[in-house]
Design a protein around this ligand. Structure first.
Ligand SMILES: [Zn+2]
Length: 389
């Protein structure tokens, strides 16, 4: 296998430098965007690792005055963003390197937005045309460097930030939040443990799958979703089995970017439920989607049967129909050691009414192929708690 076959420069949906070792391009990417003093925003768990330290040293060698900020939670909060803005201003930075998993990428993008605003962050909650209130001229450029393959936030135009006072995840959106340059270096994901590889990889699958099933006419997004799902089918088990399989890591990183590119079309019930559950229980977003996936598919069955048959044929599944597809998802989850129920990760039915209501209100609910009400979401949640498919 020629590993440099994964090296490419893409300009869709933004400037993407893909390939093993491409992290070397980071200083040049910052300079291309006019940065002289970037703030690198990352997860606390990554801050001291060699990959972040090396990136910092390389930026300094190239003459950049680089700072680091890593005080963010697994589900980043509004306070984390305010702290990041303070660090940015205190260090007189002029750009952001968002480096890490979904939390770091979302936090980095949100800080780059908020450094130029006078209003509080929740004014930009993705409802109606709130994004028009953003002072776009105040935003600073972002280079995004994902280290996991799942969130796809590197090509997203929004950040999911937890409003801790109201225990709700809010989507902060502005079209210019799309990072100006993305570096996809699969080498950076090699150290990711199998469990996280599985959970984040299934998050990528949920993005592509929900985008593929979502309402509305968007064949471009559908095409990207289809191929993204095929890559995940082929390479996620390999990446979980052997974290050092660079071909699998490279294909998964691209598939994750594709999932997020596709979901500009919309998401659906998996995310509508995963957002409130994540906000209330602080559980891992990808793991929640992975558990919820079959329950939501079943609830949507009447609307997606024909589409899933077409998808199953593309995936060359033995039984190319809805049941065959569901069976594949269940087998894949088992193979990747994903629990079958929310109960197994400590989530009980105590807050079912609240979760049903929050799911109905979640922005992702708009993309679900069937308009589900709060009661229907509550029922899906209950089935998932008890593992009752
Ligand atoms: Zn997701």
């Amino acid at each position: 296998m020629e590993l440099n076959q994964f090296t490419a420069n893409w300009h869709y949906p933004t400037a993407i430098r893909a390939g093993i070792g491409r992290i070397e391009d980071l200083p040049a990417a910052c300079q291309e965007l006019g940065m002289t003093s970037p703030l690198l925003i990352t997860d606390p768990g990554l801050a001291d690792l060699p990959m972040v330290q090396t990136a910092l040293i390389n930026c300094q060698k190239a003459g950049l005055k680089c700072g680091i900020f890593s005080q963010i939670k697994g589900n980043p909060t509004g306070d984390n963003i305010s702290d990041g803005v303070r660090a940015f201003k205190g260090g007189e930075h002029d750009g952001v390197i968002a480096f890490g998993g979904g939390s770091a990428l979302d936090a980095g993008k949100a800080v780059a937005l908020m450094v130029g605003q006078d209003r509080p962050i929740w004014d930009f909650d993705d409802v109606g045309d709130n994004w028009l209130k953003v002072n776009a001229a105040g935003m600073v450029p972002v280079v995004a460097v994902p280290t996991t393959s799942g969130t796809g936030s590197e090509v997203g135009r929004a950040s999911v930030i937890t409003d801790s006072n109201n225990h709700i995840k809010r989507i902060i959106f502005h079209p210019n939040m799309l990072p100006a340059i993305v570096i996809l270096d699969p080498q950076l994901s090699v150290g990711l443990p199998a469990k996280l590889t599985a959970a984040t990889g299934l998050d990528a699958l949920s993005h592509a799958l929900e985008a593929y099933c979502a309402n509305g006419y968007h064949p471009m997004a559908e095409g990207i979703a289809l191929e993204g799902i095929r890559l995940i089918k082929e390479y996620l088990p390999r990446a979980v089995e052997d974290g050092c399989d660079l071909e699998a890591r490279a294909q998964m990183m691209t598939a994750s970017t594709m999932g997020s590119t596709a979901f500009q079309r919309g998401l659906g019930g998996m995310h509508a439920l995963a957002h409130p559950i994540g906000a209330l229980y602080d559980s891992h977003h990808g793991l929640l989607n992975a558990i919820l996936m079959p329950y939501v598919l079943k609830a949507n069955r009447s609307a997606i049967e024909a589409k899933l048959t077409r998808l199953s044929r593309y995936l060359a599944l033995e039984d190319a129909d809805f049941d065959g597809f569901l069976e594949w998802i269940l087998t894949l989850r088992k193979q990747l050691d994903i629990p079958h129920s929310l109960g197994e990760i400590g989530i009980d039915a105590d807050r079912v009414v609240e979760i049903g209501a929050m799911a109905e209100q979640d922005p992702s609910a708009g993309g679900n192929p069937i308009m589900l009400n709060a009661q229907q979401y509550a029922d899906i949640f209950l089935s998932a708690v008890h593992g009752d498919l």
